[in-house]
Design a binder for this molecule. Sequence first.
Ligand SMILES: NC(=O)c1ccc[n+]([C@@H]2O[C@H](COP(=O)([O-])OP(=O)(O)OC[C@H]3O[C@@H](n4cnc5c(N)ncnc54)[C@H](OP(=O)(O)O)[C@@H]3O)[C@@H](O)[C@H]2O)c1
Length: 337
Amino acid sequence: MADSTDSIDSIDPKLVPRAALASGEEIPRIGMGTFGSDKYSPASVAAAVSGALRYGYRLFDCASVYGNEDLIGGVFEDAVQSGLVRREEILVTSKVWNDMHGKGDVLLSLAKTLRDLRLNYVDFYFVHWPFPNYHAPGCDGDTRNPDSKPFSAEHFLDVWGQMERIQKMGLARYIGMSNMTIPKLEAVLPRCAVPPAVIEMELHPSFQQPDLFEYCAGRNIAVIGYCPLGSPNRPDRDKAPGDIVDTELPEVAAVARAHNIHPALVCLKWAVQRGQIPIPFSATEKNYRANLRCVTTDPLSAAEMEALKGADKNCRLVKGQVFLWPGAKGWEDLWDV
Ligand SMILES: NC(=O)c1ccc[n+]([C@@H]2O[C@H](COP(=O)([O-])OP(=O)(O)OC[C@H]3O[C@@H](n4cnc5c(N)ncnc54)[C@H](OP(=O)(O)O)[C@@H]3O)[C@@H](O)[C@H]2O)c1
């Protein structure tokens, strides 16, 4: 299998495809995830961020709930102080966790994130989930929080108002939403003073969410795709019988064979060429290098892109059942299915 990544010291960030935001600003069309899936230690995630920065990644997807922003912040600080990058050259996202939706809490949460990340502002700040339902870190799939509530547009708009304020304060250059559905967006977008610049959603070949993806594209909202490789090491609570392994899909495997590359790289090429911004996580140097490099070379053909469209199985991996409220029937309720 072709793998010439190890002989290359770094990728020039200028060679990485760019995505345009509604503001006109262009950002890298691939970033690095930092969720350790309750398995990778904060130190190993931070070490990967450090290696990835040196290799040429410029977009990093962080969140307070990942429990590693303090160590990742040390990496950003060193990178800027050593002159590896200027602050303006990197794009950092973070997210307000579901237990910080109360009055004034969004600002408190962002203040802690900024202190941990050693930054004066984040580039993107997301509402991680559109309800105040949370679970303990590392919980199992049967965990339920009795205080959980169904989605409420009023509640969400309260949180969004706080997001708009932190943007006005200059603490987040852009604000975004995550884990939304079309019905939820329909309920809130007409009432948002500032529309989301970006929406983060699960996207991989077996879960392409074509309707939501097109909905965002039609409104000039950029899309960040999480679990772009089908999150093979996701927490056990996010594993269910019948889940599809993206890298084993026949359509993905066939393209991988034709390009002599790992099927994971097919998922990333597909994502970038389709128009979303994948944020693969890897703690393995060889993998995170290959993930960035693959989108700068050897694109998929139109026929291959079309074949991969046919790999969609509507297979959501992060079902989110731990966020269900008393009386909910099943995880589908979270997604308005
Ligand atoms: N907004 C949200 O609610 C939400 C939800 C989930 C995730 N996210 C974000 O999305 C990011 C990505 O999702 P994810 O981490 O769950 O899943 P993912 O990126 O689809 O998969 C990551 C896994 O793939 C393996 N991998 C990476 N590159 C590979 C390669 N070239 N070949 C073979 N295996 C490879 C990694 O193992 P190695 O370490 O061994 O390479 C890692 O365990 C997260 O880190 C997080 O930032 C956001």
